[in-house]
Design a protein around this ligand. Structure first.
Ligand code: IPE
Ligand code: IPE
Ligand code: MG
Ligand code: MG
Ligand code: MG
Length: 293
């Protein structure tokens, strides 16, 4: 698979078939939670995080089937973060992945619970991944927790929420972006290396690539919020200005933001080549840089 399109189709199919097994419909008094979890999980989404996990597995020489449940687990955490991010108490969004947001469809209580359920289930799913040596399992659980919780994504969301309605400086904005989005992306690249028992040098190189790809991803998300097309994005543009967020665009201006994105793309591409990453990996970084959705 030498082209990004075939690789994306392949990863989407693998992940979505696996979700059918991991998160089935269930007919009990708790039926509604499975409906709500499945609604958001199957709403589409680019599956960038599973893709990164598979591309890292290629570098670390561990099989896709071995890390499939990790890829699903991270996509579940990401999906939960989107459901909660869209709540009225947070960004207050009506549209996600081209569909009504979870709280619009099921009500706020069920949306909160759908997020809670996806997060909790993600760790059960994670427990099923195949490691070269199960002694690396505690390290993997620690990595996923650190990247998702108050030291990672949740921490970034807290800082993002606290900064609403006022301006942030460069340091605060970098903290927000690197944590709310960067850490989960970093985790996607690091965990396959932990599962494969890769050497420290490889793990650190993948971590750096992950951090910078995560920052690049949120910078392009900020750019799309100003000029994206609602039909392609599947979410409402203009929300950052409406919610008075400081973004890379509002702090540095569009031109400088695009320059920064270009620098990150170039730096990351160089590092990927240095550790023997594939052509598809480079194409994915180009996609993240140029994306329109
Ligand atoms: C959106 O993530 C939220 C951010 C972290 C910027 P994605 O753009 O990856 O959303 P989906 O998964 O494709 O819907
Ligand atoms: C989201 O950042 C980060 C998350 C942890 C979900 P945004 O609030 O910018 O994401 P979108 O633009 O709503 O997807
Ligand atoms: Mg937000
Ligand atoms: Mg948002
Ligand atoms: Mg955004």
């Amino acid at each position: 698979m030498n082209d990004l399109k075939s690789y994306v189709d392949y990863v989407k199919r693998l992940v979505e078939e696996r979700f059918e097994i991991l998160v089935p419909e269930e007919d009990s008094y708790a039926k509604d939670i499975f409906t709500a979890m499945r609604y958001s999980l199957f709403a589409g989404g680019k599956r960038i995080r599973p893709l990164l996990a598979f591309l890292s597995a290629d570098i670390c020489d561990i099989s896709h089937s071995d890390i499939l449940d990790f890829a699903c687990s991270i996509e579940m955490i990401h999906t939960y973060s989107l459901i909660h991010d869209d709540l009225p108490a947070m960004d207050d969004d009506d549209l996600r992945r081209g569909k009504a947001t979870s709280h619009k469809k099921f009500g706020e209580g069920m949306a909160i619970l759908a997020g809670d359920a996806l997060l909790t289930e993600s760790f059960r799913v994670l427990s099923q991944i195949k490691c070269r040596d199960y002694k690396s399992m505690p390290k993997i659980i620690k990595e996923v927790s650190l990247c998702s919780g108050p030291y990672g994504m949740v921490g970034g969301q807290v800082a993002d929420l606290n900064a609403e309605g006022r301006s942030s400086d460069e340091k605060e904005l970098a903290f927000i972006h690197r944590n709310k989005t960067g850490r989960l992306i970093e985790c996607c690249l690091v965990v396959p290396a932990l599962a494969a028992l890769s050497d420290e040098k490889t793990i650190e190189a993948l971590r750096t690539i992950g951090k910078d790809t995560g920052l690049l991803f949120q910078i392009t998300d900020d750019l799309l919020d100003i000029d994206g097309d609602i039909n392609k994005l599947g979410k409402t543009p203009g929300k950052d200005a409406e919610n008075k967020k400081t973004t890379y665009v509002s702090l540095y201006g569009e031109k400088e933001t695009r320059n920064m994105a270009f620098e990150l793309k170039e730096k990351t591409g160089k590092l990927i080549k240095e550790i023997g990453g594939s052509e598809v990996f480079l194409q994915l970084i180009d996609f993240i840089y140029e994306r329109d959705h």
